[in-house]
Design a protein around this ligand. Structure first.
Ligand code: ADP
Ligand code: ADP
Length: 215
């Protein structure tokens, strides 16, 4: 099962990926989480990526494709995976096709999560994350059990610096220009399922479950 979650920043990809991990027992591959780990560990790749991420720009395609070509070869990808936040540009989509053909693999489903920009801006202002696991919360829509603490570890939650409103608006602009053409690209392959991502978390989860139960 190879699933791609496509949607705007803050559209709910990470939140829904965590449910798919449970359902299918396959890993989530989030380029955002991978990049943030590189930044935290101050690797060469992380040092290169940081300025782009903080300002809400995309990290260059060749950096992302290099990172993903290594990741998809790993053992835990054998039975499938959930791609979250990659590909985000046409060159990345074409690069992914090349990687997949070398690995003799195909994407099974592209789930497009649709959410209007104004809803996103509101959501991002309440997003809180647990940096080391990537677990994501919302102060109103998905609050942790104890205020500002991760449910599993009790660690403090943080606000991402790229979740400030002006940076979020910039990321949305980039999404509309660079990423949304991918919907048409995958439509031509006949593997796209579009869902309304504006409803609450459990309703979105149900819509995604229905895709896989064939309803
Ligand atoms: P969100 O979950 O809000 O969509 P991500 O965590 O996926 O954000 O990404 C955070 C940042 O990491 C992006 O703004 C971008 O700078 C960088 N990034 C993540 N994935 C990619 C990618 N596939 N291509 C280029 N940059 C990326
Ligand atoms: P993405 O991975 O696409 O950037 P996230 O899953 O991190 O998106 O969600 C962004 C923020 O919105 C988080 O704070 C999350 O808890 C919250 N959220 C996700 N889905 C919904 C929803 N359907 N309704 C309300 N808030 C949501």
């Amino acid at each position: 099962m190879k699933i791609l979650l496509l949607g705007p920043p803050g559209g709910g990809k990470g939140t829904q990926a965590s449910f798919l991990i449970e359902t299918f027992g396959i890993p989530q591959i989030s380029t955002g989480d991978m990049l943030r780990a590189h930044v935290r560990d101050k690797t060469d790749l992380g040092n290169k990526a940081k300025q782009y991420m903080d300002s809400g720009s995309l990290v260059p395609d060749e950096v992302i494709l290099g990172m993903m070509s290594e990741r998809l070869k790993e053992d835990d990808c054998k039975n499938g995976y959930i791609l979250d936040g990659f590909p985000r540009t046409m060159p990345q989509a074409e690069g992914l096709d090349l990687l997949l053909s070398k690995l003799n693999q195909n994407l099974d489903s592209v789930i497009v999560i649709k959410v209007d920009d104004d809803i996103i801006v509101e959501r991002m202002s309440g997003r809180r994350v647990h940096p080391s696991s990537g677990r994501v919360y919302h102060v109103k829509y998905n609050p942790p059990k104890i205020e500002n603490k991760d449910n599993e570890t009790g660690d403090d939650l943080i606000i991402r610096i790229d979740d400030q409103e002006d940076t979020v608006r910039k990321r949305l602009g980039i999404y509309h220009i660079d990423t949304s053409p991918l919907i048409n690209y995958y439509n031509k392959k006949g593997i796209v399922h579009s869902i309304d991502g504006a409803s609450d978390i459990s309703e979105v989860r149900n819509s995604i479950n229905q895709i896989f139960s064939g309803e």
